[in-house]
Design a protein around this ligand. Structure first.
Ligand code: CO
Length: 508
């Protein structure tokens, strides 16, 4: 059993590690789609680094000058950085969703966004328009020979991994109905018990309501859905992410209430109708991965369980693992979830008024049905990443985006590495003028140590209004970037992405 010491550090950095105007500039829309070899490089790209980093996130923060209300409503744009022979090739493309094409052609906003973007014309123009705009902006994965852009409330869009051309919506070989949800947070089980040790990709979908349906999908390496089963749970569920272990899928049902009336009447976006309930517990839903129709004699994982813990809000989990009847889950928790207000401007957010995300370890005992929790990291953090083969298993090293300062809430400017065995931390910071995105760990070929590899992250550099691809040595973040690849433009703060060992760089 691992144990932690919470390190209370004296602050050694100025209270203001950034200027708000710098941070805001990272939210400008991207005007151009481009393709080029990245020749402006400081340091050296490791020759062994072979593959492609795909990133997704809002590329447009306005539609022809009409501002959207929240970055989560921005049209998805994929960036690909393909590494080969010590060089890197950049490409970015907007995802040609139906709504993107219609709005670009019309030159104005035609759809309401989930996070409050409204069509012009006030509430009357928006009332009773309950259509969802599938903006495909949250994650991108390369699996089963397909590049898929994901958005949690609808079906994936497929793109050509070489050109990033949008090929259309993807039904996972007929498994998904048109518009059926497929979440944006798949987890890789690199050695699946149910498939004799073959890798599989596990994902889910949520159909919220008075009671909510959680559907679990497991895909083999050919991209075929080999297991799909649905479970009904009480109450409205707003669930963005989940974790897996060899035997379970685990979901945190945040304590929220949903009142759809302002949405239906055109006054608020659906996401603005969510209200955090600080006096209700968070429910932890533990669902066996063995399909329920399997005879009980062949199941080791029992029935679905719902446990309760203190109120809190979780977007992202770092990892989970089993030890006998115990399950450990590491998650980034917020003490509360702020409402998105209709009249607010996200660029003016008061960081100090919001609670930071912090890393907690939850300990579930499935025999006693108990939950306890422990704070691991109090520094403001988000976007956890680990070695892909440790997903669902005991692990030692965790990497996250973090604030530059060690207390309070602030934009993510640093990468924090935590050694969960020794408690030792390493921090690399891009402050004062750099703002980081989700770090991704990529293992060095033939490596044996868990942290032998690189951290890849996009950093918005406000001094030059451009983004850098930064490569860090994951064993020692403190030695600084081993390479900084300067892009010719900026990439707005993105959401998620992934790395595939296949390089989609053109031949030299
Ligand atoms: Co996410």
């Amino acid at each position: 059993m691992q144990s932690f010491q919470l390190h209370e550090r004296a602050s050694t950095v100025p209270a203001d590690s950034y200027q708000r105007e710098d941070w805001q500039k990272g939210y400008e829309s991207v005007k151009h789609e481009s393709d080029y070899w990245i020749d402006d490089v400081e340091g050296q790209i490791p020759a062994e680094l072979h593959g492609t980093l795909f990133r997704n996130g809002p590329g447009l923060l306005d539609v022809k000058g009409h501002h959207i209300h929240h970055p989560f409503d921005g049209d998805g744009m994929i960036s690909a950085i393909a590494f080969r022979d010590g060089r890197a090739y950049f490409r970015n493309r907007f995802i040609r969703t139906t709504a993107y094409q219609e709005e670009q052609q019309a030159g104005r906003i035609l759809y309401r966004g989930v996070f409050g973007t409204q069509k012009p014309g006030g509430w009357l123009a928006n009332a009773f328009d309950l259509r969802l705009k599938n903006i495909a902006n949250t994650n991108v994965i390369y699996w089963g020979g397909k590049l898929l852009a994901l958005w949690e409330a609808a079906d994936p869009h497929r793109l050509d991994p070489h050109t990033l051309e949008t090929l259309g919506k993807d039904s996972l070989n007929g498994v998904l109905a048109d518009g059926e949800a497929f979440a944006a947070h798949p987890r890789l089980d690199h050695s699946c018990n149910l498939d004799n040790g073959a890798p599989c990709l596990v994902n889910f979908s949520i159909k919220p309501g008075l009671s909510s349906t959680i559907t679990i999908f497991e895909l083999n390496t050919d991209g075929e859905v080999v297991r799909k089963h649905a479970h009904s749970v009480p109450g409205f569920a707003f669930i963005h992410d989940f974790v897996i272990t060899p035997n379970y899928c685990i979901f945190f049902q945040n304590p929220i209430a949903f009142n759809p009336i302002p949405f239906v009447l055109g006054l608020r976006g659906a996401g603005e109708c969510i209200k955090f309930q600080p006096h209700q517990p968070t429910r932890i839903i533990v669902i066996p991965r063995t399909p329920p129709q399997t005879p009980l004699s062949k199941r080791k994982d029992g029935e679905i369980k719902i446990l309760e813990t203190q109120s809190g809000f979780v977007f992202h989990h770092a990892n989970a693992f089993e030890q006998g009847d115990d399950i450990f889950i590491d998650s980034i928790c917020y003490e509360s979830f702020p409402e998105v207000e209709p009249q607010s401007d996200f660029r003016q957010v008061d960081f100090d008024a919001l609670k930071p995300g912090q890393l907690w370890r939850f300990h579930l005992n499935l025999r006693e049905n108990t939950v306890s929790r422990e704070l691991i990291e109090s520094r403001c953090c988000e976007f956890p990443s680990i070695h892909r083969e440790r997903v669902g298993r005991p692990y030692r090293y965790l990497y996250m985006g973090a604030a530059h300062g060690d207390n309070g809430n602030a934009p993510l400017q640093a990468i924090l590495k935590i050694d969960l065995e020794s408690g030792v931390r390493q921090l690399w910071s891009a402050a004062p003028r750099g703002f980081i995105s989700e770090p991704i760990f990529v293992e060095r070929p033939n490596a044996t140590d868990e942290d032998d590899g690189w951290i890849l992250t996009l950093v918005y550099d406000a001094a030059h209004h451009r983004s850098d691809v930064v490569i860090l040595d994951a064993r020692d973040l403190t030695q600084g970037a081993i390479a900084r690849l300067h892009l010719q433009q900026h990439i707005p703060y993105g959401l998620h992405g992934s790395f595939t060992p296949e390089s989609f760089a053109p031949s030299l």
